[in-house]
Design a binder for this molecule. Structure first.
Ligand code: MN
Length: 270
């Protein structure tokens, strides 16, 4: 008998978040699952790594029979890396992250703990899926988990090692306006709002913009139209079209890296 694939499920909202358990259950229909997730909400932590304190982890209560769960007192990236190294009982075949309440589309992806947790799988050569719901309500988390689970199953069956960012509209699954493979919109969908406290302190929160000029044929356009958005992502930030320009503006490289002694002698930093 061939062994079932093993999927590591995580999120950025913490081990208690219902979206994580819905997603883990959805993928458990075709794979064995282990859950390794942050102990507390780590939304908007992107790919942060905990370096200057101990990373503690412990077994967590599992809401799914046959699924082992651990919580890590760190970031989503910590949870995936630690989970792959220390908690996986055998080779992990896929990483899934979510379901996040709130969309991870457009430039929101840069902040996203949900997406960057899946990125950790991708960077290690594993097919990975990040799943988010376009609403902060919990009503359609189960629907989102079901469709994300089906997409994960197809990705795994394909043998491709892609990172798929899945965003699901806030609708019943029967009401989705199709599934669109679409590019990440190069646009902001939220802004950081400062809330000043009594003593002059500032608390920040992310607020989604009510009116945005939607870039057509993108992830944002898809979910605004009620469709599921599926976007393959990668990790290379290089602007290839600017390599040549940059080479020209840098000019003579040798003079950038000579005469260190003179520069040090003139320095006022002490
Ligand atoms: Mn979150």
């Amino acid at each position: 008998m061939t062994q079932r694939p093993l999927i590591l499920a995580t999120n950025d909202d913490g081990i208690e978040a219902p979206g994580l358990w819905h997603l883990a259950e959805a993928v458990s229909h075709f794979a064995d699952v282990i859950i390794v997730a942050p102990a507390f909400n780590q939304s908007a932590m992107s790919a942060a790594v905990t370096l200057r304190r101990d990373l503690e982890s412990e077994r967590a209560y599992s809401r799914l029979p046959g699924v082992d769960a651990w919580q890590v007192n760190g970031t989503p990236t910590d949870a995936v890396v630690h989970g792959l190294r220390h908690f996986a009982p055998r080779h992990v075949d896929m990483v899934v992250s979510g379901v996040n309440p709130g969309p991870n589309v457009g430039r929101e992806i840069l902040h996203s703990g949900t997406v960057m947790a899946a990125m950790q799988g991708y960077l290690r050569g594993l097919p990975s899926v990040a799943a988010s719901l376009s609403s902060f309500d919990d009503d359609h988390l189960l629907d989102a988990a079901i469709v994300a689970g089906r997409i994960a199953e197809r990705l795994l069956a394909s043998g491709q090692h892609h990172l798929l960012n899945v965003n699901v509209p806030d609708l019943d699954i029967s009401e989705y306006q199709g599934v669109r493979v679409a590019a990440m919109a190069d646009m902001a969908v939220s802004r950081v709002v400062d809330i000043t406290g009594e003593h002059g302190s500032t608390r920040r929160k992310l607020e989604f913009l009510p009116d945005v000029d939607v870039v057509p044929d993108t992830d944002v356009a898809a979910i605004m139209d009620g469709a599921v958005a599926v976007t393959p992502l990668h990790n290379d930030f290089t602007l290839y079209s600017a390599l040549s320009d940059t080479s020209t503006l840098i000019g003579d490289r040798d003079s950038l890296t000579t005469e260190r002694a003179d520069a040090r002698a003139d320095s006022d930093v002490n």
